[in-house]
Ligand binder design. Structure first.
Ligand code: NAP
Length: 257
């Protein structure tokens, strides 16, 4: 453990796998007590167990970020178990349907908005009182390169990630004087179950899909979950105490083109 987050309490949504799971492990490694939350109980418990096995502090809660009563109750239980919450990572997100806008049903649109936008709203809403109690905090919202630029795919996903980018700035302004910082993180493609699922659906096949993705990143390949997790640890830590309303792009050069 390296102590950058010693004494802090962090709650991560969608912490069972991919970027969320790596984030839980890196936050714990830096000394935070981590509330791992997700829908996937087996993988979420496995993430918490891996942290405990190496001497970190973690516990798993089942949490659907779209359910306000569950969010309220989980945050209360985390506060009771670990103390006031210092760090919230709004990571839970889904890709949703991949078809043109005129073919998308309202239910398909709402499904993405519910997790990616409403979930960030609800978790932020219920974290802020505990961050006030802690005397400040850091909220890190997972947007995407697709919250900055677009592509001709996944219309609700792009809309949701653009919303998260500006929700982060609005909340940064609301809470700056209370010492609660809010920033967005914008990953390029990271090889996680979410992207593997996109690869499996690709008409050209998963291998050709991955090769094409690698080539889109000037650095020559897609990223790993830890590439994002280390950036989140930085934003969560007091080393980033002057950073709020900011966009941390971690994309192998994708958006520099
Ligand atoms: P992932 O591998 O699919 O993991 C996301 C986790 O969130 C899963 O465990 C999923 O559980 C959980 N989840 C889904 N709906 C939820 C809900 N309603 N409440 C709570 N948890 C829920 O995703 P990832 O690739 O690590 O992505 C993490 C975040 O980074 C997302 O916000 C994503 O948009 C963003 N991002 C990812 C990439 C990338 O290339 N991977 C790029 C840019 C941004 P189930 O599997 O059980 O549904």
């Amino acid at each position: 453990m390296n102590g950058r987050l010693a004494g802090k309490v962090a709650l991560v949504t969608g912490g069972a796998k991919g970027i969320g799971s790596a984030t839980c492990e890196r936050l714990a490694e830096a000394g935070a007590a981590v509330a791992v939350t997700d829908l996937d109980d087996a993988e979420g418990q496995a993430t918490a167990a891996r942290i405990e096995q190496v001497g970190g502090s973690a516990r798993y809660w089942h949490l659907d970020v779209t359910d306000e009563a569950a969010v309220e109750q989980t945050f209360r239980e985390v506060r009771q178990a670990f103390g006031p919450i210092n760090v919230l990572v709004n990571n839970a997100g889904i890709a949703g349907v991949n078809k043109p806008t005129d073919e998308i049903t309202l239910d398909e649109w709402n499904a993405v908005m519910d997790v990616n936008v409403r979930g960030v709203f609800l978790c932020t809403k219920h974290a802020v009182p505990y961050m006030r109690e802690a005397g400040g905090g850091s909220i890190v919202n997972l947007s995407s390169i697709y919250g900055i630029i677009s592509a001709a795919d996944l219309p609700p996903y792009h809309a949701s990630k653009g919303a998260i980018r500006l929700m982060s700035k609005t909340d940064a302004l609301f809470y700056a004087r209370e010492g609660i910082r809010v920033n967005s993180v914008h990953p390029g493609y990271i090889w996680t179950p979410l992207v593997e699922e996109l690869a499996n659906q690709a008409p050209e096949g998963p291998e050709a899909f991955r090769e094409a993705l690698d080539a889109k990143h000037p650095i020559g390949h897609v990223g790993e979950s830890d590439d994002i997790a280390y950036g989140i640890v930085y934003l969560a830590s007091d080393e980033a105490k002057f950073i709020t309303g900011s966009e941390l792009v971690i994309d192998g050069g994708y958006t520099a083109q």
